[in-house]
Design a protein around this ligand. Structure first.
Ligand code: FCB
Length: 479
């Protein structure tokens, strides 16, 4: 949805963002994703851009309502299937591995209207139904599947703060017309975990044995450092990791929610039946997709006063801050949730490696935002030295984690080109390519050129190592 546009074309149905974007005040610049980067029409050119970078994998997301305009309650839209078919075929022809996300913040509006989407267990069947159509239609060529993108951050915005559709919350988190910030996020995540589980079981039983692919989930993974270097500080950081990361992964890998969550949320936290826990312990995850951008300090709110939002069970009694003793954790960017903290990459990978027994990982997103500027200043955006430095330093940190034994198998830049950045509209630009949203022209930024050179050099080193039999650095990763 962030790039496709063509929201009314070829039988695509309305999703949760279409209507939400029309309501004044929901999107920062008042714009919609109706056209976005018009990738639906420019996809061939866009794949040329992908190809010209020299990458060997491309991550994209399927728009649920392009395939099922009304979820399970209507027909399959063959035009939608055809669109992704062409895209996947072209990638494969170019030797680029498609890495496909099934649900990236988008759900059919029909499911919201019928049963409140993620708040109802009925969504598990809808999601499994949609996933199976994708496995059946594309699984001969798609070998990497992501079920859901960033469930926790999505849920936080949609059900705790009420800033993403369906815009539900309660005080003190926000002023929504309905919702319950204490309980609904927990129910939504529970349904997402079980939706992932159902889709994965189908894949494991009927598709994976024949198609031979892998299935995983993508989590938003901030790194939290203790604000104070004492027991209380370390506990706060542990709670922050549990409430923001392990919340989703622990059930899928260890069979239940983190103990800290159970302790502070009590009966509000849903439970898994023995059957469900056992099914999950069997490993309903082949890999962890890691979206890593930033680190924060976690400050304790049990023993010291915080604002009401953070002195709250659903927040794990933790306050996040980027500042300690007047010093920022890293350079500030135009996005409040993003500070440049390269060594956070190494630390988050290390955390996941330890907690999840070095399960294979892919860095599925990592990127740097610029603010939009008036057209006369576009040159500044094209000469994006800060983005280049960002990727260099985060990649170096990732390389250290890999040298230290972390099983990381790939790295994806966010993003190929500037796009619709959800509630920020077009005011933030993450692309390696600049998009003029008036003319839709794409222009490579300095970072695109740098990335191409970087990958060429990596390939050379890799081939040299293979020739000389050097054992160090000779595992080629998807990038
Ligand atoms: C992540 C989302 C992605 C994009 C980047 C900047 O949270 O997965 O869609 O918005 O942030």
């Amino acid at each position: 949805m962030q790039i496709e546009g063509a929201v009314h074309e070829d039988g695509r149905g309305p999703n949760n963002w279409d209507l939400f974007c029309q309501i004044q005040g929901n999107i920062q610049d008042g714009r919609t994703a109706d056209i976005a980067a018009d990738h639906y029409h420019y996809w061939k050119d866009d794949l040329e851009l992908v190809h010209s970078l020299g990458v060997n994998a491309y991550r994209f997301s399927i728009s649920w309502t392009r395939i099922l305009p009304r979820g399970r309650f209507g027909e399959i839209n063959s035009n939608g299937l055809m669109f992704y078919d062409k895209l996947i075929d072209s990638l494969v022809l170019k030797g680029i591995e498609p890495f496909v996300t099934l649900c990236h913040h988008e759900i059919p509006q029909e499911l919201e209207d019928r049963y409140k989407s993620w708040l109802s267990p009925l969504i598990q069947d809808d999601f499994a139904f949609f996933a199976e159509i994708c496995f059946k239609s594309f699984g001969d060529r798609v070998k990497y599947w992501v079920t859901i993108n960033q469930p926790m951050l999505y849920t936080k915005f949609a059900y705790t703060m009420g800033t993403y559709p369906p815009g539900r919350c309660s005080t003190p988190f926000g002023n929504c017309s309905s919702g319950n910030s204490d309980t609904e996020p927990l129910i939504a995540i529970h349904n997402m975990i079980l939706s992932h589980a159902k889709a994965t079981e189908i894949y494991r039983n009927y598709y994976q044995p024949l198609q031979g692919g892998y299935i995983g989930v993508v989590v938003n993974a901030f790194m939290f450092e203790p604000y104070t270097n004492d027991e209380i500080g370390r506990d706060a950081a542990k709670r922050a990791m549990a409430f923001n990361l392990a919340w989703f992964l622990d059930p899928l890998i260890h069979g239940d929610y983190p103990a800290e969550m159970r302790h502070y949320l009590g009966g509000n936290l849903p439970t898994f039946s023995t059957g469900e826990s056992n099914m999950m312990k069997d490993g309903l995850l082949d890999f962890i997709g890691v979206n890593h951008y930033s680190s924060f300090y976690a400050k304790d709110c049990i023993h010291s006063p915080c604002n009401p939002l953070e002195s709250h069970p659903i927040s794990g009694y933790v306050h996040f801050t980027a500042e300690r003793d007047g010093i920022l954790i890293g350079e500030k960017t135009v996005m409040p949730l993003l500070y440049v903290v390269p060594n956070g990459m190494e630390k988050i990978i290390e955390y996941l490696k330890t907690r999840y027994n070095n399960k294979p990982m892919f860095v599925t997103e990592n990127g740097f935002p610029d603010g939009d500027v008036p057209i006369e200043q576009v040159n500044e955006l094209l000469h994006d030295t800060k983005r280049v430095e960002f990727h260099k330093s985060y990649l170096a940190s990732l390389a250290r984690a890999i040298k230290d034994g972390a099983d990381v198998r790939g790295y994806f830049v966010w993003s190929l080109m500037d796009n619709f950045e959800w509630t920020s509209g077009y005011s933030l630009r993450f692309g390696l390519h600049y998009v003029d949203f008036q003319t839709l022209k794409r222009t490579p930024k300095l970072s695109a050129k740098w990335y191409r050179n970087f990958l060429t050099n990596c390939t050379k080193i890799y081939q040299q190592n293979i020739r000389t039999g050097s054992s160090e650095n000779n595992r080629q990763i998807m990038i």
